[in-house]
Design a protein around this ligand. Sequence first.
Ligand code: MCA
Ligand code: AMP
Length: 492
Amino acid sequence: MNANLYARFVDRWTGVGDRPALIIDREETISFADLDRLAGQFASQLVARGVSPGDRVVVQVEKSVGAVALYLGCLRTGAIFIPLNTAYTTAEVDYFLRDADAALFVSAHGPEASGVAGVQLTTDAGEGLWADALAADPDPRIYQAADDDIAAILYTSGTTGRSKGAMLSHANLASNAETLRRLWGFGPDDVLIHALPIFHVHGLFIALNTVFLNATPTIFLDRFTPATVRQAMQRGSVLMGVPTFYTRLLADPDFGRDDAAAMRLFVSGSAPLLADTHHDFEERTGHAILERYGMTETGIIASNPLDGARMAGTVGFALPDTDVRIADSKGSEAPCGEIGMIELRGPNVFKGYWRNPEKTAEDMRDDGWFITGDLGTMADDGRISIAGRSKDLIISGGYNIYPKEIETVIDSVPGVGESAVIGIAHPDFGETVVAVVTGTDDVAAIEAAVSEKLARFKHPRHFAIVDELPRNAMGKVQKNLLRDQYRDVFAG
Ligand code: MCA
Ligand code: AMP
């Protein structure tokens, strides 16, 4: 048997080639047969550019059918797909190209995109990969993969300020998608509304892999807007989103029961869904949002039930094929109801960090338990609630932001003494970035440095200039005090 995820997809697409796979708008639809052909065409162009199985293909392109076909083309050839956020700056991208030791960089930005020697560059438009692929014959081969062969590397930021690449195997991706397909009751009549970016695990694997295995259509939207998603609800049945999707839908007083009448399921994740949002949504539409919990390194870990109570403020039960435990500080199982580290073991757990065995060893116990860095409790019925994070992480609109990375940039600005970057509650993004800085009040200079080096979503939305940062007896900055002090900066 071929463990290549793509082989599993085509297996499900056999006999339903005419069915729409990606619905772009009323005029444009890509069938499963079209998608298979496009994937083969992209595969042929990857091979033509010298890409071999195991080579890293780094991709920073806008959400499009071509981007999906390129992902599938990588699977077909056995290359390792590495998607990057389109908001990343050149400085950020250069780091990924070097770290991944990329064979090919597919960029939407053209030749100025990367200055990294030894990495072949191709653009995705005009004379680039997309045009060449459309003119090419599909390569019919599907690389014979083993379960543990790496299908993708997804970069996830680290507490040291440097991103690390999580290696996900074909079997990791296949098991999570197949489990979700069943758990969330996907059937032949389902139509997924897809408004997420496809450079993260949520939009790419949790959403697309699941429907590709289900061989049913996806309404493929460029991005989220309440208007387009409301319109899509007339034809769709399932929406997967981050909490900001739901707060933005609710912000429109006209949004309600009629919009959601044809929908089967609303799923939320990537960041905590406020209980108020859960209740307001249910009151307005009659649907209880199904909240689930996941991570780049693992895909989905736990989910509220499809049948049964979807409880606000909890992330539900461990996936059927995944063991979850709450560990105390010594790594032993904590008593029921006590807060501890969420750890898991299962077929969805990644194969380690790319060329970073030290970090892998830090986060993975010898007996296979992966330490998530999230703190939580488990009730006696197995329901899991997230209580906080041991990692210094901000989640803004579903994007993860590691303060250390921003502090490093701010601290490099002449005149800055030191800085502390914290996450503060934000009505739209759930939480977002605030920087507390000493030594200078030249906020414009700090903003300029931040803009040059970091993607827009990481930029502090508020700066506070102070004489000194609060420290404990050990000399550690007390971010909890700062979070209390600035807790209301975005209120109202
Ligand atoms: C955009 N901006 C942001 C964010 N998104 N700033 C902070 N946080 C953000 N998330 C910036 C824009 O650059 C813009 O800057 C300004 O904020 C307003 O942009 P707007 O047009 O309102 O934003 P948008 O394009 O509508 O995007 C908001 C969004 C988007 C729809 C919430 O961020 C999004 O799609 N988030 C989903 C992220 C995601 O897929 N996460 C999954 C990670 P300016 O000031 O220049 O106008 S995977 C994961 O977490 C695990 C596996 C899991 O469990 O799922
Ligand atoms: P990522 O780096 O994108 O994989 O982000 C994973 C992190 O997002 C997890 O470790 C959690 O901290 C957070 N997360 C994902 N889903 C939820 C959720 N439903 N509630 C709270 N936090 C979540």
